[in-house]
Each structure stands twice: as C-alpha cells, then as structure tokens.
Design a protein around this ligand. Structure first.
Ligand code: SF4
Length: 526
C-alpha cells in the first residue's frame, strides 16, 4: 500500500468519528500560517524542596510554549501524593492563580503539547497519570514512537485497555505494568526502554522522585539545570532553565535515566547509546534561539547558517529581510556576509491562536495576511532577499511572496537555510505527508521557484548546513532532507498520528459511551 493510499484510508477511518466529535479534530484541526515543520512538545521537571514548584513549572512551560500550544499540564507531588491538572490551551489559559495554589508540593513535572501521535483532545493531554500498587506515576513525553501501534496491539491482546490515542499512554501503561514486576518505577523504565523504538525525551514523576529519560539516539533535546545550588531542573530546552534563574549543567545523555530524590541525583545508562541522531531541525527552526543545544547557542548556529548561505548562494538584491520570527538570526548572518543592508519588511501579529486558521487553501492564504503585515515603505521599489528556514508545503511562502510584491517590491529572491524538505518525520515533528511536501512533488528547485512565484530560489546544501552547524554529521538526524532514517521505519507501519486514531475510531463505534473526552480535573489519590 503506498503512503498516500494509506493516509487517505486512515482519514476515511477517522471520518467515522465525526458524529462523536472526538476525532474530528484530526482532519479539520487548525494550522498556523507558517510553512515550517510544526513543533514537537515541551517537557519540564523539578525537584526543589522549599520552592513553589508548580509556579516554577508554570514559568518553565511558558518558556517552552513554542514547542506546543494545544494543551498544557502540571503534576506535582508533596512527597506523599500526586495532584495534577491539564487542559486544552496555552499555558497562560490553562493555569490561573487558583489552580496553581492547589498544586502544592516539592517535585513536579509539566508538559506543553503539539500532537504528533494522537489527536488534539484532552484525553491525550499530558502529564498522563497511571497507578501501580506502589503509588502513582505521571509521565510527560516529547517525541514519537515508531512501534507504538505494534506495542498497543500486543498489550490489547493481553487485555490492556486504553483511554487515549497517543504513544505516550502506551509508554505509561508499559511502565506501570513493569513496575508491578520490578517493584520500582526506576527499574520499570529501564526495563521498558529497549522495547521503545523511536524518539522519547521524558520527565516522569513518582511520589518521591522525578526522572529524566532520553532515547538511545538522543533525537529530542533534554537538559539538566541547577537552581540555588540544591534544586534540580529538567527541561526540553535550556531557555526554560534561564527564565527561572537556573544554570545549565549538562544534557541528559542518549539512553540515560537521571533520577533525583531526597538522596540526591543519580544516573544510570539504561540502554547503550546508539548512533546519535539529534534532530537537526531543533537547530534550524524548532528550538528557541536563546537555548543552548550540544554546547551551541541556537541563535549563533542560525546566524552561521545565514552566513554560509550567503557564501554559497549570493543574491542580487537591495536589502536582506527575514521571515519573522525564526528567519531573523539567519537573515542577520546573510546580511553580514553579503554586505547587503538588513531590514524589516514584514510585521508579525504574535497573537494569532494556533486554532484560528483552518487548513483549507482559501483560509490558509487569508491566514498569511492576518499573521504577517507588509511594511510598504520598506518594500516599495526594492529587490528583496527574503531569508527563511524551510519550505514545507509551499503555500505560505507563495502567500508571503505575493504579499511582498503587492506591497511594491520589484523582485523577491528567496534563500532557505535548510536543504529541500523531501521526507516526512516519524520522530515527533508534525510535517505533512510526502505527497504534500513541495520539494518531493516538484522535481527541481526551478519547479519549486515557479510554484511559489519567486524571482530566484536557493536552498542550503546538506554540506553547507553541516559546515555551518559545526556538528559532526554522524550525530544528527537529517532524514527529512536525505530520506536516511537513523531509526529504521518499519515498511508496514508508516506511523502517523492517525494510525492510532483509526483504531480508536473503530473502538468508539463499538462503545459510544466513550464518545466524550474526560473533563479537566485535579487528580487526587483514590
Ligand atoms: Fe528532525 Fe527531520 Fe529527523 Fe524528524 S526527520 S527528527 S524533523 S531531522
């Protein structure tokens, strides 16, 4: 079965749910007016006796908001019991003073979600809570398991039931089951890790401890910080450490489990490191520019990408402009190296909610205009070199170019700091299916140039990108450019988020009483 057929079959399976109003969020969900891959998720964890951990987690999640805007949640323990709250929406919408007041404790984890497996519903919001005879476990996940469907089928055959449709729930249930045997959540996590294929950066909370867990490939980032000398923080990105005044200590190593409890911090290499495969898109687009990943400040990496591009693909223009906001550092680098002046030509409205723009062609094009407003005075009569990080479907770029031309620009030259995006991601970044990727559809760069309506178009080469990154080729995942997936994708399980949805839809047809998602809640011990 080819990928397109498989995708449309899954969409058809999902349409069966429209009447239930649970899964309809998948085919009809909103998309932002951006032409970049959509983020993964953000995870956070803290062990800080004497501190207001729920408020610090709130600030940490606020700093990680760019990684997921669909739902947010915090689970907190006072050493004896775990309470949690999760809801759909931005961190600032989900939590208020009253909610944070109720979440009292000394250890916490938090999550901001962008769905890559499982639809955008409350049932899939995190942290997810499980229970074994020794207590509760809360889990927050960034990444995507490629063998989620096989694991779920195996567990269902053994009588397990699922309330959500995400791979994170599968991981949680596996940990809970394993804990019953090992009598320890720490040992249970270590026992499960060899069975998890794919990307996972986790924070896990028990009544007494918080853990940080990273897959053996190190696909998604996860770092450790120290606050006031004796408190430990885990976060997807270091920007979440600095906003609460914590200092970056190091990254969680691929395959490592780091545990913090009243006895202090300890670490175990639960599975051997594999060939490392940090997602290169964390550097190019996803991470915040003020984060440090692999000892590189992301802003500086992006500036170098722009400089390299200016060397390899110069443009005959009057001014270099970024596509805000992620194109900024690269455009600065391009202007620096090319000697052309840097200027602003597009003003971004930062207050467009992600769900505002619907994913049909007409509304997507309208969404570009709502989100980016051209500065006519800066554009009129000029030859504009527009620098951006990526082109995924091409729709938004076409909209932006026509916006700039309508505002009076004489020429528009597009320079992209990433190589052509040709292959979908299975490790936790929501790209389109291959048939929707413009670089896969069009045979040549010239074909893409015509499709988006630019005067000239150049991409960074893979070699140029690696030179600018100053990161060894063998430590990165480059699969969306090369099609070489460092963790092999099973041919029969081209997992997208809809694989599990289709199964959930069919189950709901059999069990209509499960049609509504659960209410938001403060969970307390039974
Ligand atoms: Fe990142 Fe692309 Fe690899 Fe996905 S396929 S992890 S987006 S580099």
């Amino acid at each position: 079965m080819d990928e397109n057929h498989s995708l449309s079959a899954r969409l058809r399976a999902c349409e069966a749910c429209d009447g239930f109003g649970v899964c309809s969020g998948v085919p009809t969900r909103g998309y932002p007016a951006t032409d970049a891959p959509r983020e993964a998720c953000g995870v956070f964890g803290i062990f800080a006796p004497g501190e207001d951990v729920s408020r610090l987690t709130y600030f940490g999640l606020f700093a990680l908001q760019h990684r997921g805007q669909e739902s947010a949640g915090i689970a907190v323990s006072d050493g004896r019991r775990i309470d949690s709250f999760r809801e759909m929406g931005l961190v600032s919408q989900v939590f208020d003073e009253e909610t944070l007041e109720k979440l009292r404790g000394v250890i916490a984890i938090g999550h901001t979600r962008y769905s890559t497996t499982g639809s955008s519903t409350l049932a899939n919001a995190q942290p997810m809570i499980g229970e074994w005879r020794g207590g509760k476990v809360a889990l927050a996940h960034n990444g995507n398991l490629i063998n989620a469907l096989a694991l779920r089928q195996e567990m269902e055959a053994q009588g397990e039931t699922f309330e959500a449709t995400s791979d994170s729930e599968i991981m949680l249930k596996m940990v809970v089951r394993a804990a019953e045997k090992t009598n320890s959540v720490e040992d249970a996590v270590a026992a499960c890790m060899p069975k998890w294929q794919g990307a996972y950066s986790l924070t896990i909370l028990t009544e007494q401890a918080v853990m940080a867990v990273r897959d053996p490939w190190g696909v998604r980032p996860l770092c450790i910080g120290r606050l006031n000398g004796n408190s430990t923080i885990f976060a997807s990105e270091s920007c979440a450490l600095s906003v609460i005044g914590a200092e970056l200590i190091r990254e969680v190593a691929p395959g490592e489990v780091v545990i913090v409890d009243a006895d202090g911090l300890r670490s175990r290499q639960a599975v051997p490191e594999s060939r490392q495969a940090l997602c290169v898109f964390e550097y190019i687009y996803m991470a915040r520019p003020d984060s440090v990943i692999g000892e590189h400040l992301v802003h500086e990496v992006r500036r170098r990408l722009g400089m390299q591009l200016a060397e390899d693909s110069p443009a005959d223009g009057d001014v270099v402009m970024p596509v805000p906001d992620t194109g900024w550092p690269a455009a600065i680098g391009f202007a620096e190296r090319s000697g052309l002046p840097f200027g602003e030509g597009l003003i971004r409205n930062r207050y467009i909610p992600r769900t505002f723009i619907q994913p049909d062609q007409r509304l997507r094009e309208m969404g570009v205009k709502i989100k980016l407003n051209p500065l006519k005075e800066a554009l009129r009569g000029r030859r504009v070199v527009l620098v951006d990080d990526s082109i995924v479907r091409g729709t938004t770029k076409r909209g932006i170019i026509s916006l700039i031309r309508d505002a009076g620009a004489k020429e528009v030259h597009i320079r992209i700091t990433a190589p052509p995006y040709k292959w979908p991601c299975y490790y936790g970044v929501d790209t389109s299916s291959r048939s929707e990727l413009i670089a896969a559809r069009e045979e040549t760069v010239e074909g893409i140039r015509k499709a988006i309506g630019a005067d000239t178009l150049s991409y960074q080469s893979v070699e140029g990108m690696l030179k600018a990154l100053r990161v060894s080729h063998g430590t990165l995942c480059l699969a969306c450019f090369t099609g070489e997936y460092p963790i092999p994708i099973p041919q029969d399980v081209k997992l997208s988020k809809l694989d599990l949805e289709g199964r959930a839809c069919r189950r709901r047809e059999d069990a209509p009483e499960t049609r509504t998602a659960g209410p938001s809640h403060i969970e307390t011990p039974a």
